[in-house]
Design a protein around this ligand. Structure first.
Ligand code: NAD
Length: 430
């Protein structure tokens, strides 16, 4: 099938390379010329394991194309996926400007019947509006239908998640749209759940917000564990055996970040508010997360008289391991606090350093290795669960740091091993 994908971000690009991998003819459209140039040359502008291999494979099989020319890309497509961003607005609602722009471009460009599929995370009812908007603005006499197909991949494992998704949710209002999407996904051989469009839109928020809630619940409990002398890691271990609870997303830490959970919790709260309802559970998850992001900084402030002139090693900048994405990363909430206090920071991140240099003008140094970041440091903060950080020997903190004082937001080390190595070690909930 001829598929066109609008947006070559984490969702659009991953979908594009995976669709080409299973044999579809795919054209990816983006407005960013530099990105498109890079992609045409086989270089991925974002980091995801396996992504560049699929990209090169798609280019060499001639099944994958990149362009900024949306008119020709949309004109001949059988299916057009919309995978552009829906970032948070100041009031917490989702910004639908990018989706609306693509809808307008589709209406101006399509020359034969096609199915438009919204993959971006959008508030309930958006698909209805996109369909109406396209129908109202069509230039040619063609039939366009809209379907919802929310994406559930997680950054850090995006390609794997797309190829081996737990389920594909398709939200449709006609059997024709269902049959087209079933054909698109047939080569993946994955469970397909067909529901109405509004339920599909809601499923995405429901799933993301539930995971955010699970994380905040564990973080909330972790803080109580510290007060009562329990260990959140042991508590989680016991909970994980219960398949009514599930073993994943039980890890306490420095709070969730990234481009999805923070904005999708707020967007659902906003949607509820618009309808005169208060989603108390989601509001609680957001509130716990807001305070959790700086819980280590607050702990350190109780211990330190000042950060002025203090050498601080920051280990990890990305919001989680496996990605170069800094959006809503806990590190970004802590670094400004430390700099404001006069800390002298050396940061390490194996992948996200380049993005941090590009996007933020923090006055801090970067180190190419954990050891170099730790050298002579008086305090260390761990914000990301990179294996390069996890595999550091406890003795290295003692040997390299001027004072071995470590605040670990990811519980990467055994407190007893750290103590035995002579490290003053603080983590979350134990
Ligand atoms: P992103 O910001 O990484 O990428 C969006 C891309 O769209 C950018 O490259 C941008 O240049 C491009 N774009 C903007 N306007 C365009 C236009 N008119 N035509 C073509 N391209 C255009 O976004 P993302 O992280 O991939 O997220 C996309 C959507 O998917 C969001 O709604 C998000 O909530 C949802 N989602 C994201 C993830 C994730 O892990 N990142 C997971 C599931 C769902």
């Amino acid at each position: 099938m001829n598929l066109t994908i609008a947006g070559t971000g984490y969702v659009g690009l991953v979908a594009g390379v995976c669709f080409a991998h299973v044999g579809h003819n795919v054209t990816c459209v983006d407005i960013d010329e530099k990105k498109v140039e890079l992609l045409r040359s086989g270089v991925s502008p974002i980091y995801e394991e396996g992504l560049e291999d699929f990209l090169k494979e798609g280019l060499s099989s001639n099944l994958l194309h990149f362009t900024t020319d949306y008119t020709s890309a949309y004109a001949g497509a059988d299916v057009i996926f919309i995978g552009v961003g829906t970032p948070e607005l100041a009031d917490g609602s989702a910004n639908l400007t990018y989706v609306a722009t693509v809808a307008r471009q589709i209406a101006e460009s399509v020359t034969h019947d096609c199915l438009v599929v919204v993959k971006s995370t959008v508030p309930v009812g958006t698909n209805d509006k996109v369909e109406q908007f396209i129908k109202d603005s069509l230039v040619n006499k063609v039939c366009v239908e809209v379907a919802s197909n929310p994406e559930f991949l997680a950054q850090g494992t995006a390609v794997h998640d797309m190829m081996h998704a737990a389920r594909i949710i398709i939200g449709v209002e006609s059997s024709h749209a269902e049959s087209v999407l079933r054909t698109v996904y047939a080569p993946f051989n994955l469970p397909i759940v067909t529901v109405k469009r509004r339920s599909a839109e809601m499923s995405k928020y429901a799933a993301n917000d539930f995971l955010a809630l699970k994380i905040s619940y564990m973080n909330d409990l972790a803080n109580l564990c510290e007060l009562v002398g329990a260990d959140i890691e042991d508590v989680a271990k016991g909970m994980a055996y219960d398949d009514r609870i599930g073993a994943r997303y039980l890890r306490a830490g420095i709070g969730y970040g990234g481009s999805c959970f923070p904005k999708d919790t707020k967007a659902l709260e906003y949607l509820a508010k618009q309808h005169g309802y208060k989603l108390q559970t989601v509001a609680a998850a957001v509130s716990v997360n807001t305070s959790q992001r700086t819980v280590l900084y607050k702990k350190a402030c109780n211990r330190m008289i000042t950060f002025n002139g203090i050498k601080v090693a920051v280990l990890g900048l990305a919001f989680k391991a496996g990605t170069d994405d800094l959006r809503e990363s806990p590190a970004l909430y802590n670094i400004p606090l430390l700099l404001e206090q006069g800390a002298v920071i050396t940061a390490f991140d194996p992948i996200a350093e380049a993005n941090c240099r590009k996007q933020y003008d923090f006055s801090m140094q970067y180190a190419p290795t954990v050891s170099e970041a730790l050298k002579d440091a008086q305090v260390c903060f761990i914000f990301t669960d990179w294996k390069e950080i996890r595999s550091t020997a406890p003795s290295a903190f003692k040997q390299l740091m001027r004072t071995p004082l470590v605040y670990d937001g990811r519980n990467l080390f055994d407190p007893v091993a750290m103590k035995t190595a002579g490290v003053e070690y603080y983590s979350i909930g134990r």
